[in-house]
Ligand binder design. Structure first.
Ligand SMILES: [Zn+2]
Length: 676
């Protein structure tokens, strides 16, 4: 049987020959590749020679190559070019992949070999990258309990099972409570203030449920515009209160006990593994490293941001009082009056900006900035396969003329592509034993398509999105490292958004904008006062937003960085924690924790601070460029080093090498207008 997914590609750059793949090829290819990967692991385990870095750690790193190649292709297509068949295959192969992953993770014989190497690590003369790889492979097992005795292993397994059920239950309850609430509107006057699209949505939601009139729900696309635009204060309050009692009512969907159990079990789990708290366990593999660093970080920002937030609320209260005679501004008033005040202060629209941002120019601008910084160049090519005609392909060359990477750019929405924007790879960089494999990187977006007479014109937000994803792409394209699992974007969570957010900064700089922000008809460069307006409006209510984000981060840490044997009263606990960040009058029977899915269902526990952390990093990094000139070659070279090192060095060390000092929040506070 010949299956192109299993064969050598024999294509330019070894690029994926998409046109050869048929849907029926995937499942057998996965099965075969899993078999091969299993054999590779068995070979390592059964090696009669005593364990060495090469025959164990490096061999593990190199195993499963074919499986990795097939997985990348398949799951990238499932995101960008899917259909019913692909989705069905995804459901069939996902359990096979997770079974294989578990088999490796729980393979005690394999761990024993890793441990032998790990225990000799100081005498092995490893390079810094090799030492890092060894540490990572070892931790991959030890953090899952491989060092425990059988009794503790069983306890851990039992806890993990319970935790996954509890998270599932938590999510299902939030979903049920979200879906159970309906605000039916029969008098169109109650929709006053809502933009046309939001009314249409409310109408469509109602029709779908055979309801006469309009339907407002707690789903974000319905909830957010209503809170932001609806004039009717009573209905805003009703909707807000409903949202604040999600999974916190006396019914079967109440999440209070689930939260308590999750917090308790996470703590127990951490203790069994030898950590003081769950946060200590999580943060070991983050740039921040310890709960104290995170808590100090959040509190420090809070002290600085809160006075600004208070002043913003004062201004907003006065505005609401003057406009509508509101005596006591409430949380359900915030979004509505903030929107009105914003419109009053900064009157400009997307439509004014869009003519300056033709997609082709913006893409070329992202490339040109990289050329100016790093000397790398981009050449469009047509000699490799694409998975869709809309995709553009580029060959990326470094300053010495060496091939660096392939780049796929896939910009327009279509059926079969999920919404949003992301960067991914069809192949990651590695260079083991002279086998230099350069990466194949892809950025996928959903921008407005060109029409017969108008090219694709981007909103400013789309411009920053393109730069953001391209920043990730650079991280993926530039590696100068050995091992795939440490290359490019394979870095700690609280570090991975630095290259992407950093790159967004160029969208506000006249020196960069003049490269690409040209009117598509007149070629006129975007007027700087328009950019100043964009900047000013982007920091509107920044104090309030910052305090809110910090409050979530602090709540996350309150649950996970403490030895909480029991929480008697969840509401009391939450209110206590929120006290220092509260900017509005207290609301009875209002709860965030019971629907805080980020930390109780998703993977963000002890990680909510990462959003602000990454902002501090990108602002602090860009500040050095501002100081030295945004295209300063010496500064750029230092940042290139940071990007090309991927995850082979502790991120704090890498950052300090670039910056000459630890990151500090001053640049962010200044950019956000939160410093005096
Ligand atoms: Zn990102």
């Amino acid at each position: 049987m010949n299956n192109p997914l299993l064969e050598k590609f024999n294509t330019p750059f070894d690029s994926a020959p998409f046109s050869k793949f048929k849907n029926e090829d995937y499942k057998p290819a996965f099965e075969e590749a899993i078999k091969i990967a299993k054999n590779e692991i068995d070979t390592i385990v059964n090696n009669p020679e005593s364990p060495t870095f090469e025959n164990t750690i490096e061999a593990m790193e190199l195993s499963g190559e074919l499986l990795g190649r097939i997985s990348s292709i398949f799951f990238n297509l499932n995101s960008a070019e899917t259909n019913d068949d692909i989705q069905k295959i995804a459901q069939e192969v996902s359990p096979l992949l997770s079974d294989f992953g578990n088999d490796v993770r729980l393979n005690q014989q394999l761990f024993e070999r890793i441990k032998v190497v790990y225990n000799q690590k100081d005498s092995l003369n490893l390079t810094e990258e090799q030492a890092y790889l060894l540490e990572k492979k070892y931790k991959g097992f030890s953090r899952n309990g491989a060092n425990l005795n059988d009794e503790d292993k069983n306890k851990l397994r039992e806890i993990d099972k319970q935790l996954s059920l509890l998270s599932l239950q938590f999510g299902q309850n939030v979903l049920a409570e979200t879906n159970n609430f309906e605000l039916v509107i029969t008098d169109e006057k109650d929709l006053d203030g809502l933009p046309h699209y939001a009314k249409e949505q409310a109408k469509a939601d109602a029709e779908q449920k055979n309801i006469d009139g309009w339907l407002i729900t707690l789903q974000a696309p319905s909830f957010i515009p209503f809170m932001q635009y609806a004039k009717n204060r009573t209905l805003r309050e009703k909707l807000f209160r409903a949202n604040g009692t999600k999974a916190f009512q006396e019914n079967e969907f109440n999440n209070e006990e689930n939260v308590k159990q999750i917090v308790k079990l996470r703590h127990e789990r951490a203790k069994i593994l030898g950590y003081t708290t769950h946060a200590n366990y999580v943060l070991e593999e983050r740039m921040a490293k310890s709960p104290k660093t995170v808590i100090d970080f959040l509190n420090d920002l809070l002290i600085k941001a809160k006075p600004f937030a208070e002043k913003e609320i004062e201004e907003l209260s006065a505005f609401a009082k003057e406009l509508d005679g509101i005596d006591k501004l409430q949380r359900w008033d915030h979004g509505y009056y903030a929107e009105l005040l914003k419109q009053k202060k900064f009157s400009f629209s997307d439509e004014e900006l869009k003519p300056y941002f033709q997609l082709e120019n913006v893409t070329q601008g992202a490339f040109d900035v990289a050329t100016k910084l790093y000397g790398i160049t981009f050449k469009e090519i047509n000699n490799i396969d694409k998975y869709n005609e809309d995709v553009t392909t580029y060959e990326v060359i470094d300053k010495d003329g060496n091939f660096l990477s392939l780049l796929y750019a896939d910009f327009f929405p279509r059926a079969g592509k999920r919404p949003g924007a992301w960067m991914t790879s069809f192949r990651e960089a590695s260079n083991v034993n002279g086998n230099n494999k350069r990466p194949h990187i892809s950025i996928v977006c959903n921008f407005t398509k060109p029409t017969q007479d108008t090219p694709s014109l981007l909103t400013f937000q789309e411009v920053t999105t393109l730069f953001h994803e391209f920043g990730h792409a650079l991280h993926g394209m530039l590696p100068n490292t050995t091992y795939e699992s440490l290359a490019g974007t394979n870095v700690y969570w609280d570090f991975v958004e630095l290259p992407s957010q950093f790159y967004e900064n160029f969208c506000y700089e006249p020196e960069a904008l003049k490269l690409f922000a040209k009117h598509y008809k007149t070629n006129e460069i975007i007027p700087q006062d328009l950019i100043e307006k964009v900047k000013a409006s982007s920091t509107f209510m920044e104090g309030y937003q910052t305090v809110r984000q910090l409050s979530f981060g602090l709540l996350d840490m309150a649950y996970h960085a403490n030895d909480l044997k029991t929480i008697d009263n969840l509401q009391k606990f939450e209110k206590e924690t929120f006290k220092q960040t509260e900017l509005y009058p207290e609301i009875e029977n209002n709860m965030m924790s019971t629907s805080f899915s980020h930390i109780f269902q998703g993977g963000y526990s002890s990680g909510y601070y990462s959003y602000k952390w990454a902002e501090v990093l990108d602002a602090d990094a860009f500040a050095l460029f501002k100081e030295t000139g945004i295209f300063n070659p010496v500064t750029a070279q230092k940042f290139y080093k940071l990007l090309s090192s991927g995850g082979t060095v502790e991120p704090m060390k890498l950052y300090e090498e670039f910056r000459g000092q630890k990151p500090n929040a001053d640049a962010l506070l200044k950019r956000a207008g939160l410093s005096v």
